[in-house]
Design a binder for this molecule. Structure first.
Ligand code: ADE
Length: 348
């Protein structure tokens, strides 16, 4: 899977070099590149924001740097893949430092390197300065040249993290994990000029996505979460795919509690059934714990269960937890006193 992240704080994404996602990048399972939005500005201050029309607090991200950055991503293939259409864009990569880059934007001295042969994906996260080596006036010409329009289904997905987006969840993570190319556009300040999203819909399948009902300072933290949640579902990234099956949200329920040695720790035991060696009983115990924990912490998930996925024992457990199951729905019933809150007794 190819993932591109555009941000004014590329260093923020350095954590994607670590752990399973970092290894997946090294192994070539994820071609992840982080791009600095300021590399797509043309003024000497590398300005990415301006005051909002209509007034109001804060600044808004200017549209043109975003269009330049996103255009460069649709027009260029992933490293190692054949070029599809580089006709209109002239993206080239150099190896100069950020300070040199400001100079070279108007007076290039370094020879241009073809983007397709740029530094490999396993390079450090934020080393991908994507720079047009054309002059500022040439750049203005190219910005109006149309990028080839792909049929909707073949377009990459552009995820725009925003508290005003659809809420990210495991179902969306699974959906995104089947895609070939994801682009994340990290907004800052009061957000990105809305016209960028309208324009981008001609080249991407645009999805504003929220991490939850709270406000972050920018999209970077949301991207860290989403890339990890999606990346780990890409085949081969998690060594034991079985572990994906039994985790929270994989079946609409929260995960059951887990324990390891010692069996008696500071006077606290573990559920006796886990020592029984009886796999059927253990599976039943764990499923009941999932139902109990979900009813306690996330009753909304219990109400969203499809009755067809519930066996006889599930229905009995849900009954003791205060739910009634109709042919089409799980509904709250009058709880039987004490039963729902009762925890499974543990043996020290
Ligand atoms: N940017 C700011 N707040 C956000 C949120 N809740 N989710 C995703 N991106 C955001």
């Amino acid at each position: 899977m190819r993932i591109d992240v555009v941000s004014i704080f590329p260093e923020y994404l350095a954590a994607l070099d670590l752990s399973l996602i970092g290894k997946a990048r090294q192994d070539g399972l994820l071609q992840l590149k982080v791009h600095d939005l300021r590399d797509f500005t043309t003024d000497r201050h590398r300005t990415v924001d301006d005051t909002p029309y209509g007034g109001g607090a804060g600044m808004v991200m200017k549209p043109e740097p975003w269009a330049q950055a996103l255009e460069s991503l649709v027009a260029t293939p992933a490293v190692g893949t054949p070029a599809v259409d580089q006709g209109n864009a002239s993206p080239v990569v150099d190896q100069v430092s950020a300070s040199e880059r400001v100079e070279t934007q108007t007076a290039p001295t370094t020879p241009a390197v073809d983007r397709a042969s740029a530094s490999p994906v396993s390079d450090k996260v934020s080393d991908s300065p994507v720079v047009d080596q054309v002059s500022a006036s040439e750049r203005v010409e190219t910005q109006t040249a149309p990028t080839r329009v792909q049929p909707a289904a073949a377009r990459p997905i552009l995820i725009v993290p925003s508290p005003a987006g659809e809420v990210f969840n495991q179902a969306l993570a699974y959906e995104l994990a089947t895609e070939d190319h994801l682009v994340f556009a990290c907004g800052r300040y009061e957000g990105i000029d809305e016209r960028v999203l309208e324009w981008a819909a001609e080249h991407f399948r645009v999805r504003p996505v929220s991490l939850g009902d709270y406000v972050l300072n920018g999209g970077e933290v949301a991207v860290l979460a989403m890339v990890e949640a999606v990346g780990r579902l890409v085949p081969g990234v998690v060594g034991n795919p079985e572990s994906l099956v039994e985790e929270s949200h994989s079946d609409g329920l929260l995960e059951y509690p887990v324990y390891t040695k010692p069996s008696d720790w500071r006077g606290r035991g573990i559920p006796e059934v886990l020592l029984s060696g009886n796999h059927a009983k253990i599976a039943r115990h764990r499923r009941d714990e999932q139902l109990r924990r979900t009813a306690e912490r996330r009753p909304d998930l219990i109400l969203a269960l499809d009755p067809e996925t519930l066996d006889k024992a599930d229905r009995a457990t849900l009954g003791t937890l205060g739910y009634a199951i109709t042919p089409t729905q799980v509904l709250p019933a009058t709880p039987k006193s004490g039963v729902a809150a009762e925890a499974t007794p543990h043996t020290p």
